[in-house]
Design a protein around this ligand. Structure first.
Ligand code: AMP
Ligand code: GLY
Length: 421
């Protein structure tokens, strides 16, 4: 099969790496890809958000299958457009990808179908939103409705802070139209866990649990980032949690989307909090998380291509999806200053000296046989071991030889969670 992966981050490198192992995949392409991906796939110079350009390229180049990994093209309807052109494509259609594109939609869906989540109200009127904050008091959570690169959420410790967030989103339009509508919700407590799941719209197959580390600095300090590292499985998530989540969250979500005429096929991301009253949904995403994907796919034993096809064809129930009985850690090496201001174009050295781990590239480019930084998150050093502590130790040891100017990484990925247990 001639297969195209859409996207350019560490997640897409991990997807390409897994697909490369499939005997079914004879030729692998990635648009636009990155320096690391260019080692295992042919990179194609089409932007991930260029729907028409991507469909035209896929058609001209006889793609048998397209895997759409990032949120934007999914929300924009790339899967719908591929299908309309007669090309098999993995990922939710736009009408289902809305679970990520609109927090208001997701909250209404959960309320209607009794799926556990934080209590909330939705506002399009700023004065009403400010009054609600005043009534409810703090702590309270303010979220803008649309996509805001993970930055449109403020967990406010005081009512003043919450009001400032409301004004910032609704009056100052800090996130543009994404903030025209805001969701204000109850502040939940408890450990966070992510469960990614494959679904064909009927059957849902959860992957091993995982946990991202969103803040830039150790001990969850500093600004929110795309993710500074991930581990899998998450030690806080027990088999009892898994059973409860399947019954109260995973299956009800798939069934709810079906009932709404928005059948979801692809990877659905359940961001959850294990509250004293049981697991509750924090957010849905319509795709693999990054860097959760790198950690989780490292544990996959089944051919990823078989799974992707089964999701598209509606035959996931016939497939046995197997995982290594092990743990993994993806440690992100970022550009100093990320996520605020950082430089690019720094030479990366030491990659050849890495052993016993896979280095997934995120923001890199390759020129004249050398790799250079080309983004905020640069690399994800990913290791697998029999238990979590060993996997984390191994990822840190493997990262040691790698260096570039102003390289920054957290020193507590995984340890932060192990130590809190
Ligand atoms: P989101 O973009 O919705 O995943 O929110 C980003 C982060 O904000 C989450 O990972 C949580 O740490 C935190 N958060 C979101 N909603 C809540 C909530 N209702 N209560 C407590 N923390 C929250
Ligand atoms: N790592 C979080 C996300 O991909 O949304």
């Amino acid at each position: 099969m001639r297969v195209l992966v859409v996207g350019s981050g560490g997640r897409e490198h991990a997807i390409c790496w897994a697909l490369k192992k499939s005997p079914k995949v004879t030729e692998l392409f990635c648009a636009p890809g990155n320096g690391g991906i260019s080692e295992i796939a042919t990179c194609v110079d089409v932007k991930a958000t260029d729907i028409d350009g991507m469909v035209a390229w896929a058609r001209e180049n006889n793609m048998d299958f397209v895997m759409v990994a990032p949120d934007d093209p999914l929300a924009m309807g790339m899967v719908d457009a591929m299908e309309a052109a007669g090309i098999r494509a993995f990922g939710p259609r736009a009408n289902a990808a809305i679970v990520e594109g609109s927090k208001a939609f997701s909250k209404e869906l959960m309320k209607k179908y009794g799926i556990p989540t934080a209590a909330y109200e939705i506002f399009t009127d700023m004065e009403a939103a400010l009054r609600y904050v005043e009534e409810q008091g703090a702590p309270i959570v303010v979220k803008c409705d649309g996509l805001a690169l993970g930055k449109g959420v403020v967990v406010a410790q005081t009512a003043e802070e919450a009001k400032e967030a409301v004004r910032n989103m609704m009056e100052n339009k800090a996130f543009g139209e994404a903030g025209a509508k805001v969701v204000i919700e109850e502040c939940m407590t408890g450990p966070e866990v992510t469960v990614l799941a494959f679904t064909d719209g009927k059957t849902i197959v959860p992957m091993p649990s995982s946990q991202d580390h969103k803040r830039a600095f150790d001990n969850d300090q500093g600004p929110n980032t795309g993710g500074m590292g991930a581990i899998s499985p998450c030690p806080n998530y027990t088999s009892d949690h898994a059973k409860t989540c399947m019954e109260t969250i995973f299956l009800p979500t798939v069934n709810a989307l079906n009932a709404e005429g928005r059948t979801f096929k692809g990877v659905i991301y359940f961001g959850m909090m294990l509250t004293p009253k049981g697991p509750k949904v924090v957010e849905y995403n319509a795709r693999f998380g990054d860097p959760e994907c790198q950690a989780v796919l490292s544990l996959l034993e089944t051919d990823l291509m078989d799974i992707l096809e089964a999701c598209v064809d509606g035959t996931l129930g016939d497939l046995n999806v197997a995982w290594k009985d092990a743990a993994s850690c993806c440690l992100v090496l970022a550009s100093g200053g990320y996520p605020v201001a950082y430089e690019k174009g720094k030479e990366i050295t030491g990659l050849d000296a890495v052993s016993d781990a896979v280095v997934f590239h995120a923001g890199t480019k390759k020129e004249n046989g050398k790799f250079y930084t080309n983004g905020g998150r640069v690399l994800g050093v990913t290791a697998v071991a029999p238990d979590l502590r060993a996997a984390v130790d191994k990822a840190y040891a493997a990262a040691q030889p790698i260096s570039f100017e102003k390289m920054h990484f957290r020193s507590d990925i995984g340890y932060h969670i192990l130590d809190a247990q």
